[in-house]
Ligand binder design. Sequence first.
Ligand code: SF4
Ligand code: SF4
Length: 128
Amino acid sequence: MRTIKTADSLCVQCGLCCDGSLFADVELRGETEAIAVEAMGLEVEEEDGRELLIQPCRALRGMKCGLYAHRPECCRTFECRLLKQFNNGDVNLSSAIRVVKRLRALRDDGRHDEADALADERFLNQPA
Ligand code: SF4
Ligand code: SF4
């Protein structure tokens, strides 16, 4: 969950799990949530019985969620690896922001293989 601490610091300076950098879509809880999310103007697709919130998410305002109080369950519960390390005190804020900026720069430069490797290593690859 994005805690108050992280909402005030890391996540609001990141947004990579909302802007398409890490995911093409995220799975919603079901049809009821999909209808509610769609009613708020977000893009949803149904695929093989799964309801998917398409990214980049239309609710993203800069690096912040424009629907924060009403964001779906998947957004409330998701914690990337970097956020867990930050919350555990294993990575400080400035180091974490450097990683975020590095990934964004790689994407902006079209260096997709390096960006994917960094995303996998620092954001997605969960430690054993
Ligand atoms: S990618 Fe991680 S640090 Fe960035 S906004 Fe998402 S949860 Fe927060
Ligand atoms: S609803 Fe908010 S937290 Fe969820 S993907 Fe969209 S911008 Fe991100």
